[in-house]
Design a binder for this molecule. Structure first.
Ligand SMILES: [Zn+2]
Length: 253
C-alpha cells in the first residue's frame, strides 16, 4: 500500500514520549488530525522546517489509517509565512484563526473550505493585511463554515431588521431588537450599530473580498468580545490563543 500524502497546516506540536512529537494539523480532506512524528526530536531531517505551528506543509502519512492517530512519515514545507511570525499582533490573530479552524469539526463537506480559509488568512497576514480587521472578518467566516453561523440579519423575535439598542444572544447566536429583548434567551451582549453593520457586511462578502473590510478598534473589540463569549458558551471553554492576542493588543493598541 502506498503512503498517503495530504496538504496540511500545522496547528500544535508537543513532545511525546522520549523522542517523538505529537502534531495536530488541519487538512482539506479529513479536517483536523493528530499524528505522531517518530524520533522527530532526535532527527528533524524527515521534517525539515515542517513542525512549526502555522506552517503550510505536505505530510506523508503511513498507509494504515489510524482511527485516532496518524503516523507521520515525513513532511515537506510549502510556506512558512515568515513575515507573519515577525509581528506579534499578526501572529496573535493567526493563532486564534488556526485554533478556531481546528475546532470547527464542521460537516466533512466544509473541511476543504475551512482549510482554504485558514490558508488564505495566513497568506494575507503574511503579506501585511491588518490583523485588527482580518481577525474578526475571518473568525466570522470560519464560524459560518463550521456550522455556527451567527444570525445577524433579522431579529430572532419579530423577524425584522434588528432595531437598536441591539443585543446578541449567546445561546441563539443571533440578534434581537432592544424592544424584543425580554423575549430573547440570555445571556445577551450589547452590540453597537457600527459593529453590527460591519459584521453583517463581513457575512455577506465572499471570502476573497474579506480583506477589504476595515474594523476600527472599538468595532474590532466589540466583535471579538462577542465571538469570545459565543465560543466559550458553545465550546464550554476559552480558546488558548485569546490571552496572547489580548496581551499584544494591550501593548500595541
Ligand atoms: Zn425584534
Amino acid at each position: 500500500m502506498a503512503e498517503r500524502q495530504t496538504p496540511a497546516i500545522v496547528l500544535t506540536v508537543r513532545e511525546y514520549g522520549e523522542a517523538d512529537l505529537m502534531v495536530n494539523f488541519l487538512t482539506p480532506g479529513y479536517g483536523s488530525l493528530t499524528g505522531i512524528a517518530k524520533h522527530a526530536r532526535k532527527s528533524r531531517r524527515r521534517f525539515a522546517h515542517c513542525l512549526e505551528p502555522l506552517s503550510r506543509v505536505v505530510f506523508f502519512l503511513s498507509p494504515r489509517s489510524g482511527r485516532d492517530l496518524e503516523f507521520l512519515q515525513k513532511g515537506e514545507l510549502v510556506r512558512s509565512f515568515p513575515a507573519l511570525r515577525r509581528d506579534l499582533k499578526r501572529l496573535g490573530a493567526a493563532a486564534i484563526l488556526a485554533e478556531v479552524a481546528g475546532l470547527m469539526a464542521g460537516p466533512p463537506e466544509a473541511y476543504q473550505e475551512i482549510f482554504a480559509a485558514l490558508e488564505e488568512a495566513l497568506g494575507l497576514l503574511d503579506q501585511g493585511s491588518p490583523p485588527d480587521s482580518l481577525l474578526p472578518a475571518f473568525l466570522l467566516h470560519l464560524l459560518g463554515l463550521g456550522g455556527y453561523r451567527p444570525r445577524l440579519h433579522q431579529c430572532g423575535v419579530c423577524g425584522q431588521e434588528p432595531a437598536p439598542p441591539l443585543n446578541f444572544s449567546l445561546p441563539r447566536g443571533g440578534m434581537f431588537c432592544g424592544a424584543c429583548r425580554n423575549d430573547a434567551p440570555g445571556p445577551l451582549l450589547p452590540l453597537s450599530p457600527g459593529a453590527w453593520k460591519l459584521l453583517r457586511l463581513a457575512q455577506d462578502l465572499p471570502r476573497d473580498k474579506l480583506s477589504r473590510l476595515r474594523f476600527p478598534p472599538p468595532q474590532r473589540d466589540q466583535s471579538l468580545t462577542i465571538f469570545k463569549a459565543f465560543l466559550r458558551y458553545h465550546l464550554g471553554k476559552d480558546l488558548k490563543s485569546w490571552s496572547f492576542w489580548e496581551k499584544v493588543t494591550r501593548a500595541n493598541g
